[in-house]
Design a protein around this ligand. Structure first.
Ligand SMILES: [Zn+2]
Length: 444
């Protein structure tokens, strides 16, 4: 009830519930049950048209009388009041503890002034007709009158209708089982792992429960292999494994089991980003790109993995959105270098935008025997189907570049040499990184 009713008036109104039920609205199920267990004492006080009008029906029962879901569906919203109502000033939290249930028919039901909302009643959780959701109370402005249920019906989740005839028609529910187990709570302390395989860890508690608690990770909503927390009571440590595809960023979430349902404790997003360019030549190189973690404005660690060898970590400063990075690498072995970037999210290294390969090839011969000529050979790079930029150097000085033939992968690139003996080398470039393919002597 929105307006203060003296208990005497309330009692009188409560006695006036012997009216025959008008025909129920077609779209609101007639197969529902009455929301209060064992007591039907409602007043037809639906007056939404009045200023500050009353949009529901009030039904009276003793404090603590069980309340049940009138229709099967899901919890649309459970709001646990954080403040009280001041009867003198008529200010504060008017509705108290409230629960909205969206029925399978599309009808939404609103319960106000609950004393207790059972702990499992959380947004989105499935609920069954007749299942206990809490108890009749006097939270909100009901504290100024007597314990009661303020009940509203939204036909099709859109149109407010008078609940009274429905409440009069629905049969009394059976006595529901006692409330379900409590809701787990917990904290994520971090992640670990790299490149698609990791764990998420933290602590979890399930009030009144002693022993291990069921735990599982979810990757983009996909449940991973369940595991268990440590045993004991209070906050218990957990480590849950996950496998994350490396092609995109993912939310990694943790859920705990209370004996009835899985409850999400929290989530962490993996890093994402992409490479923009390589730099350097031969023994040492760099890779630049952009990195971010959705919802995270702190520092981000970035590292390169070159031919599966992990390179030193660089730290990207805090900020929002895509943040630029440049990380260094040392050449690993001979041949093409496969350069991949990883971003660290709370301890877990996630690929950020694929891998780039440097060129590899041969410098097989030179045209002519002395003086200017063309350097000849072949060049390729994994994943690269176009012509590759190739140039000669003479004593380290770059000559004009040309492109290799994309089909035959051969190249012929010019150089000129002054008098005397000089060193002619050939370099090939992918993504900005020059790889020396070989060197030969040449006289001018
Ligand atoms: Zn009311």
């Amino acid at each position: 009830m929105r307006k203060v009713l003296a208990p005497v008036i309330v009692a009188a109104l409560a006695a006036m519930t012997v009216l025959p039920p008008p025909t129920a609205h077609a779209a609101v199920p007639t197969t529902n049950v009455f929301p209060i267990v064992g007591v039907r004492s409602c007043v037809d006080n639906f007056h939404p048209e009045e200023p500050d009008g009353h949009e529901g029906t009030d039904c009276f029962a003793d404090l603590g009388t069980p309340l049940v879901a009138v229709e099967s569906g899901s919890v649309f919203r459970a709001e646990r009041a954080t403040g009280g109502w001041d009867c003198a000033t008529q200010t504060g939290d008017r509705s108290g503890n409230t629960v909205s249930i969206l029925g399978a028919s599309g009808t939404r039901y609103y319960y106000g002034h609950l004393d207790v909302i059972d702990s499992w009643v959380q947004d989105g959780v499935p609920v069954t007709k007749g299942q206990r959701i809490g108890t009749v109370g006097e939270t909100g402005n009901a504290i100024c009158s007597v314990p009661h249920l303020h009940f509203q019906i939204w036909d099709g989740n859109v149109t407010l209708v008078n609940p009274f005839p429905h409440l009069m028609a629905w049969p009394m529910p059976g006595t529901p089982p006692p409330p379900g187990p409590p809701t787990p709570t917990g904290t994520i302390t971090g992640l670990s792992g790299a490149n698609g395989t990791g764990t998420i860890h933290g602590t979890v508690d399930l009030p009144t429960h002693v022993g291990a608690i069921g735990i599982r990770a979810l990757v983009s909503g996909a449940a991973q292999t369940p595991t268990q927390s440590a045993s004991g009571s209070g906050n218990r440590a957990f480590t849950a494994p996950f496998t994350a595809p490396v092609t995109a960023a993912h939310p990694i979430c943790v859920q705990a089991w209370n004996g009835a349902i899985w409850t999400t404790i929290g989530c962490r997003n993996t890093a994402q980003g992409h490479l923009t360019t390589l730099g350097g030549a031969n023994a040492a190189g760099t890779a630049s790109g952009l990195v971010r973690i959705q919802g995270w404005t702190g520092q981000i660690g970035v590292r390169l993995v070159v031919n599966d060898v992990v390179q030193p970590t660089t730290v990207v400063s805090g900020g929002t959105g895509d943040r630029p990075f440049t990380a260094t690498f040392a050449r690993q072995g001979t041949g093409s270098q496969r350069v991949c970037a990883q971003g660290n999210s709370f301890g877990y290294w996630h690929p950020t935008g694929g891998c780039w390969s440097t060129a590899t090839g041969t410098f097989s011969s030179m045209s002519g025997t002395s003086g200017p000529g063309n350097a000849l050979g072949s060049v390729s790079a994994p994943g690269w189907s176009q012509g590759i930029m190739v140039r000669a150097t003479v004593d380290g000085a770059a000559q004009p570049f040309t492109y290799s033939n994309p089909t035959t992968r051969t190249y012929s690139t010019p150089f000129s040499v002054p008098a005397g003996t000089h060193q002619v080398c050939v370099q090939a470039n992918t993504y900005g990184y020059w790889t020396t393919l070989g060197c030969k002597s040449r006289t001018g």
